[in-house]
Design a protein around this ligand. Structure first.
Ligand SMILES: Cc1cc2nc3c(=O)[nH]c(=O)nc-3n(C[C@H](O)[C@H](O)[C@H](O)COP(=O)(O)OP(=O)(O)OC[C@H]3O[C@@H](n4cnc5c(N)ncnc54)[C@H](O)[C@@H]3O)c2cc1C
Length: 402
C-alpha cells in the first residue's frame, strides 16, 4: 500500500479541525483533513460562545476571532458580535440565548437594540416548530424587562407553492429558499403580511447555502430590517456554520472523507495513520497530526467498559486528576438537567497543545489536539463551545511545527 506523505494530517472536520487545517495551509504547510462526517459543530446552534480562556494570551484570542470574521465573510456567511460583551438573541422557542458571535442573518434580532417600533413575527402555516404568537408574546415581555417600548405582533403566511398543511420542517423550507425565484415569492408573501412593521422576525429557514442573498431579498421587499431567530438542535444555523467552514478551507487542503482507524508510532512519534473510506484504505505518513475528533457527538471519546479516547487510547482527565476507571454511573447525575461530570472529561494538553500522558509528559512529540476533545475546566476554561474550538484550532494551526 502506498504511503501518502503530508506535513499535517488533521483528523476531524468540525470547528476545531477545519480551523486548524485552514490556518496551517495558509502558512504554506501541506495539509490533509480527514473527517468521517458531521460532529457537534453541525448540530449546534451555530452561534459562537466565547469562554474567557484566561490561560491563553489575549492576542491569540483576538487573532482567532479576526481570522474567523474575515473567513466567514469571504465565504459569504458573515458573522457579527462583540467578543467581550454578551449578545442576547431570541430563539424560535421564545427563550433568550446569550452568546458572542452570531450570523449576520440574526443580527437585527439583538435584544436591547430595538427602538420604539413594531416588530412582526412571521409564522409559516404547517411549520409546527415555530409558534409566532407565542414568541411575539415572549419578545414583548423580554423587551419590557429591558425597558424597551416596542410592540411585538404575530402574522402567519402560507409558504408559496407548499400545499400540505402539516409537518413541514424548517430544513425543507430552507432548501426551497436556496432558489432565488422561490425567495422572490416568499419575500412578497412576507411583505404583504407585515402591515406597518418596522422590523420582521422569521424562523431560521432562510436558505441552506444562499442565506445572505435570501435575507437581502426579503429585506428589500419588506423595506425594513429582517432577522432569523436562533434555534435548538438540530439547527440550520449549525449546519450553515459547518458548510461555511468547509468553504473556507483553501483548495490545497486535501479533504478525505473517511475514518482514522489506527496509528503506528515509533520513538514517541506518530509515523503512520491508517484510514478507511468507502472504497479503500489509506496509509498517511504525516509529520504532524492534529486530533480534533470532538467529544461524544463527534466521536473522539467513547464508552466501552470505561470512557476512552477512541483513536489512540490517550489518557483522559477530570478535575485536574487522571480519570480513574470509574463506572459511568459515578460520572453522571440522574437528574436530567444536571451538569454531568462526564461532559467535562477530556484530554489535557501542554503549552504546545500536545496531549499529556498521566505522568505529565507529551504522549507523542508530533501529536496536537484542539476542540471539544479537550478537558473542560469550568466556565472560564470551557472547551465545550464553538469559541473554544475556534481558538484552539487557530492556535494549533499557527503553532504546529514551531
Ligand atoms: C446540541 C448542541 C448545541 C450546542 N450549542 C452551542 C452554542 O450555542 N454555542 C457554542 O459555542 N457551542 C455550542 N455547542 C458546542 C459546540 O458545538 C462544540 O463544542 C464544537 O462544535 C466542537 O467542535 P469540534 O471541532 O471540537 O468537534 P466536532 O464538531 O464534534 O467535530 C468532530 C469531527 O471529528 C470527526 N471524527 C471523529 N472521529 C473521527 C475519526 N476516527 N476519523 C475521522 N474523523 C473523525 C467527526 O466526524 C467530526 O467531523 C453545542 C453543541 C451541541 C451538541
Amino acid at each position: 500500500m502506498r504511503r501518502e506523505l503530508v506535513d499535517v494530517l488533521v483528523i476531524g472536520g468540525g470547528m476545531a479541525g477545519s480551523t486548524a487545517a485552514t490556518v496551517a495551509a495558509r502558512r504554506g504547510l501541506s495539509v490533509a483533513l480527514l473527517r468521517r462526517g458531521y460532529g457537534a459543530t453541525a448540530l449546534s446552534s451555530g452561534v459562537i460562545d466565547l469562554p474567557a480562556m484566561t490561560g491563553l494570551p489575549m492576542t491569540a484570542r483576538q487573532e482567532a476571532i479576526r481570522f474567523f470574521w474575515q473567513a466567514a465573510a469571504a465565504a459569504g456567511y458573515p458573522y457579527l458580535g462583540e467578543p467581550d460583551s454578551e449578545a442576547l438573541l431570541l430563539s424560535a422557542a421564545g427563550m433568550v440565548k446569550r452568546t458572542h458571535l452570531y450570523p449576520a442573518t440574526t443580527g437585527a434580532g439583538l435584544l436591547g437594540t430595538w427602538g420604539e417600533e413594531r416588530i412582526v413575527f412571521v409564522g409559516i402555516r404547517g411549520l409546527a416548530e415555530f409558534n409566532a404568537t407565542f414568541v411575539a408574546r415572549a419578545a414583548q415581555q423580554y423587551a419590557a424587562e429591558l425597558g424597551l417600548s416596542c410592540q411585538a405582533d404575530a402574522a402567519e403566511i402560507a409558504f408559496p407553492g407548499v400545499r400540505h398543511r402539516y409537518n413541514i420542517t424548517g430544513f425543507e423550507l430552507a432548501q426551497l429558499l436556496d432558489d432565488p425565484e422561490q425567495v422572490a415569492r416568499f419575500a412578497n408573501a412576507v411583505a404583504s403580511a407585515i402591515g406597518s412593521a418596522t422590523r420582521v422576525a422569521l424562523p431560521p429557514i432562510m436558505g441552506v447555502e444562499q442565506s445572505a442573498q435570501a435575507m437581502t431579498a426579503v429585506q428589500s421587499a419588506c423595506g425594513c430590517p429582517c432577522f432569523e431567530l436562533v434555534s435548538g438542535p438540530p439547527s440550520l444555523l449549525g449546519l450553515r456554520l459547518q458548510h461555511t467552514l468547509q468553504r473556507v478551507l483553501p483548495p490545497q487542503v486535501r479533504v478525505l472523507h473517511g475514518e482514522a482507524i489506527g496509528v503506528v508510532a515509533r520513538d514517541g512519534c506518530i509515523q503512520h495513520v491508517r484510514a478507511v473510506d468507502q472504497d479503500c484504505e489509506h496509509v498517511l505518513a504525516p509529520r504532524y497530526v492534529v486530533l480534533a475528533t470532538g467529544k461524544f457527538i463527534g466521536g473522539g471519546i467513547g464508552y466501552a467498559q470505561r470512557l476512552h479516547e477512541r483513536l489512540l487510547d490517550l489518557p483522559l482527565w477530570l478535575e485536574d486528576q487522571p480519570l480513574a476507571d470509574s463506572p459511568l454511573r459515578e460520572l453522571s447525575h440522574a437528574a436530567f438537567a444536571a451538569m454531568q461530570p462526564f461532559m467535562r472529561v477530556g484530554l489535557r494538553v501542554d503549552a504546545a497543545w500536545r496531549p499529556l500522558r498521566h505522568d505529565g509528559h507529551a504522549a507523542y512529540e508530533n501529536l496536537y489536539a484542539a476542540g471539544a476533545i479537550l478537558q473542560d475546566q469550568g466556565q472560564n476554561e470551557c472547551w465545550g463551545t464553538l469559541g473554544a474550538a475556534l481558538i484552539g484550532g487557530y492556535m494549533v494551526g499557527q503553532n504546529i511545527g514551531n
